[in-house]
Design a protein around this ligand. Structure first.
Ligand code: XMP
Ligand code: MG
Length: 182
């Protein structure tokens, strides 16, 4: 599928970044990561579901040989007034004294990465921890978290495609689409 406008459920989206632009940027990030971790074997943790396509494309540009694993984070409303708590499903290796890179599809409010990164530091004591996000919404950030590798800064508008979904659909679109104004 490849159209300028996509209808998903009740919403219309328009193409915002092409697969070529995304691929070129990922090659550049891959070079940076490969240079930064030369001679090392970092553990790359891809945060599901959204980052699986980014992970697949980025990993194949690397000239280092990382260990790759996946986690799924589920958030729920806690009973404390502190609000949401994240649960990690699938982290199946020790990170102690390892160089860890978290891969995320999009950094929006920053909540997911802030909580997960904090939890990893506390519970696993990695030697180092960096964050790579393909998309970043600077105007949406509410938590004190910074990504070390950023693909694209984008406006604070809902996006789909390239792994990102609207209610489960749109993930397989090769380009990135943004919610169209009516
Ligand atoms: P936070 O707010 O924790 O959000 O930084 C990160 C997670 O929220 C989802 N998300 C989006 N998903 N289009 C999507 O399809 C978007 O524009 C969007 N913004 C946030 C996403 O799962 C991400 O991991
Ligand atoms: Mg995600």
């Amino acid at each position: 599928m490849s159209y300028d406008i996509q209808q998903i459920h009740d919403l219309r989206f328009r193409r915002f970044l092409s697969r070529t632009e995304i691929a070129d940027r990922i090659v550049a990030i891959g070079k940076e990561v490969s240079a930064d971790y030369q001679g090392k074997q970092p553990v790359i943790i891809s945060i599901l579901n959204g980052s699986f396509i980014f992970a697949a494309d980025l990993l194949r540009t690397l000239t280092i040989d990382p260990f790759i694993t996946f986690v799924k984070l589920s958030s729920y409303q806690g009973i404390q007034t502190t609000g949401l708590v994240s649960t990690v499903l699938g982290l199946d290796c020790s990170l102690k004294n390892k160089d860890v890179i978290l891969l995320e599809d999009i950094l929006d409010t920053g909540k997911t990465l802030y909580e997960f990164a904090h939890q990893l530091q506390q519970e696993h004591q990695p030697a180092s921890l960096k964050i790579a996000t393909l998309f970043y919404k600077p105007d949406a950030v509410q938590y004190p978290i910074q990504a070390d590798y950023i693909g694209f800064s984008i406006p604070n508008i809902f996006v789909v495609g390239y792994g990102l979904d609207y209610n489960g659909f749109g993930r397989s679109l090769p380009d990135l689409y943004v919610l169209a104004e009516e």
